[in-house]
Write a protein that binds this ligand. Sequence first.
Ligand code: G6Q
Length: 562
Amino acid sequence: MPTRLIDTNAFRALRAHADAIRPVPLLELVKTPGRVAAMQHEAAGLFVDLSKNRVSDETLSLLAQLANERELSGAIAAMFGGETLNLTEGRSVLHVALRNRSERPIVSDGTDVMPGVRAVLAKMEDLVGRVRSGRWVGATGERITDVVNIGIGGSDLGPHMVCEALEPYWNTKKEGAIRPHFVSNVDGAHLARTLKDLRPETTLFLVASKTFTTEETILNAKSARAWLTSSLPPSAGGDAAVPKHFIALSTNAKEVAAFGIDVANMLEFWDWVGGRYSLWSAIGTSIALAVGFDRFVELLEGAHAMDEHFRTAPIQKNVPALMALLGVWYAAFFDAHSHAVLPYDQSLHRFAAWLQQGDMESNGKSVTREGQRIAGYTTGPIVWGEPGTNGQHAFYQLLHQGTRLVPCDFVAPLRSPYALNGGADRHHAMLLANLVAQSEALMIGKSIDTVRAELRAEGKDEATVARLAEHKVFEGNRPSNVVLFDRLDPRALGALLALYEHRIFVQGWIWNVNSFDQWGVELGKKLARTVLAEIEGGPDTGHDPSTASLVARVRASRGSSA
Ligand code: G6Q
């Protein structure tokens, strides 16, 4: 059993060192000669500025020592080497194999997984080519114009986020445009609202489910199938139309066939791909359909470039590791409960939702990999965010003046693909100006003396100055990272997502949790089955009084509306 995190030499040293760093203003740290250049990094086409963090050279060297004591390099090698890191499910963790663009074999359970990965990519390329060129037609002979991905959790968040991010690539002149849609929620509103604007003749459904047993997804898929067969003209053949309008993305061929999807139209992946790490697999088919297979490969290439950086760079220059260690530092010694991700790019409006699952499902754990209760430190933070500048007019108040320290990541491309009659430059310049200003404001704050001077300069009397001054003070001293890249193209996006995936991996490893299982989602799922049976008229199974009253209320409402 490894030494407990809090008993490592580095963690003890960091605890003492944190007491010395806390009183030092961030602005003072930033002015240390050579600091900014030393804390700005380039990796896989991303520029990452870590200089606005409450750390000194000594902190960084202690954090690197912590990584060494926890044998992080060995863990990274173990992941890329296909070792069984997901101990509770007995699986290796190989999303990196899905984007391995090198000739390097990746072995899991004694078998090189790469031939299988390449075979599925070739099948995906063929299928995507047929749909986008119009060689694949629906039951009435029309080409496909709309694709609906039906999936939830990891089978939705990644591809949805990427499709939104790559919207400028949806339409190419050479091939037909495919509009991607995503249905995840079992709330019938989600499917109904999506189908409202679609024609069954030109719609292709992708049923995206690793297990093909997820109840929400299967119900949505069944309703979509009923909509298709009942709204196509009778000449389309009823159930016979299904194979022309349904594709499965799954590991479970048996259930796919049982649903009525031709297994020839199934793109396979493997149990060593975690759901929340699966956008790089067949689960990414909606992406390839929307932007083309070549662009999908560029996404993989961008991620692979970041993988290579992560696999080979020393800890002191390893950007995902550094970002992770900074997060560990704030959680352990600055009482940081959450982490905000703030993309200054409207196309990244699903980024925080994707990361929320990736991070919180991976590291929201309270036992160690060996099954001991964690004590003396906190694990995964609450991850949240919204695109700037919208967030500025909403929750930034708390970031600037709340009582909690919230480390922030600002993320943005330097150029925008969107041209607006003469105004595009102005839009993007204003967007980026806000990003830079926010990271500056969080750090420098505004002192009481400055506030008083400003109020007096505005002609306020001394009573008003006294009454308002404290309300207008910004403590500052709040850390942030800035991630910039040239454009939000598939390569940059791939690198960005891999950066955050590896950040999660490192934090999970340092905190000694299994980042690759998700038992915490099981209990509610199981109880929902029991409650549903009762709501639909089955016998009471016995609940606490509070829950029983809710069940009764919902059951009664169904009775009255029926
Ligand atoms: C992710 C989780 C979870 C999963 C969904 C959907 O890591 O495992 O979010 O992706 O529950 O599961 P299926 O793909 O099996 O339908």
